[in-house]
Design a protein around this ligand. Structure first.
Ligand code: AG3
Length: 281
């Protein structure tokens, strides 16, 4: 018998999927991990009842949190990924020839292991790349204590409920700032603006005191239901958010990267924010 998965993220509203094949269901040390196959979206991974990634639309999210900051910066050698246990972010970061080393800090080993098994196209071998180094730890502790420095930090976290909550605190953001090289960039998934506007405002108020330039950029990711997904952006160099289209075009072509969502026009346009967000700041 086919069962139905109903997402429990929003109050009184949720997307649902048929579970056409149950692949894995287990309470890990940290959270409830579910992986199933759906006829429309392919394999779907959920944590604590919230959809994290699907085979069909993951490229939009992962490309926007990697190629956009990497090409805006232009010379990223060292990257820190917080979360991202499915490996999709690592896969995209490692496509860049400038990248020399990536540290990924994931709290839950089981997410990495089960996604390698049941969502192999997400990491696509990235965990075996000699430039990749995985650390199983809490991201907040890592950015507070490490002596390493990075050109780009990507927070690929869950929503601010459960283990992901600490990754939206001032303490975490201050740790990230501490670990960035001069000219470095911090980006983070920041929820669906229309339904989670408080998250956008909280992040804005917590990041702004720490960085000279703070904003958001957007993309619609179908399985993050409710409209535009926001991505937080923070750096000390306002010019990085306004790189000219022809420069982005040159860097994009020089990188040799093939994308399915990202392109320089999308990049430039994605910083345009709906008025209801600007008015809320
Ligand atoms: N992490 C972000 C999931 C956010 C879903 N939230 C939502 N719909 N508001 C995804 C991990 C993919 N690597």
């Amino acid at each position: 018998m086919t069962t139905t998965f109903v997402e429990t993220l929003h109050n009184g509203y949720g997307q649902c999927f048929t579970v056409d094949e149950l692949l894995f269901e287990h309470r890990t040390e940290h959270q409830e991990l579910l992986i199933f196959r759906n006829a429309t979206f392919g394999r779907v991974m959920a944590l604590d009842g919230i959809v994290q990634t699907t085979e069909r639309d993951e490229f939009i999210y992962h490309e926007m949190l990697t190629h956009l900051p990497l090409l805006a910066h232009g010379g990223v050698a060292r990257v820190l990924i917080i979360g991202g246990g499915d490996g999709g972010m690592l896969r995209e970061v490692l496509k860049h020839p400038t990248v020399e080393a990536v540290t990924q800090v994931e709290i839950d080993q089981a997410v990495i292991d089960m996604c390698r098994r049941y969502l192999p196209n997400h990491s696509a071998g990235a965990f075996d790349d000699p430039r990749a180094n995985v650390v199983i730890a809490d991201g907040v502790d890592f950015v507070r204590d490490t002596s390493e420095r990075y050109d780009l930090i990507i927070s690929d976290c869950t929503d601010p409920v459960g283990p992901g909550e600490v990754l939206f605190t001032s303490e975490f953001y201050a740790g990230c700032k501490r670990c960035l090289n001069p000219g470095g960039v911090f980006v983070a998934q920041n929820g669906v603006a229309f339904l989670q506007l408080d998250e956008v405002l909280n992040t804005h108020h917590r990041l702004s005191p720490l960085f000279a330039d703070q904003s958001f950029y957007c993309a619609a990711v179908p399985t993050y239901a409710g409209g535009l997904m926001t991505f937080a952006w923070a750096s000390d160099d306002p010019a990085l958010r306004q790189v000219a289209l022809d420069a982005l075009d040159r860097r994009y072509r020089a990188s040799g990267i093939r994308t399915r969502y990202y392109n320089p026009q999308i990049h430039a346009g994605s910083f345009a924010l709906p008025q209801y967000i600007l008015d809320a700041f």
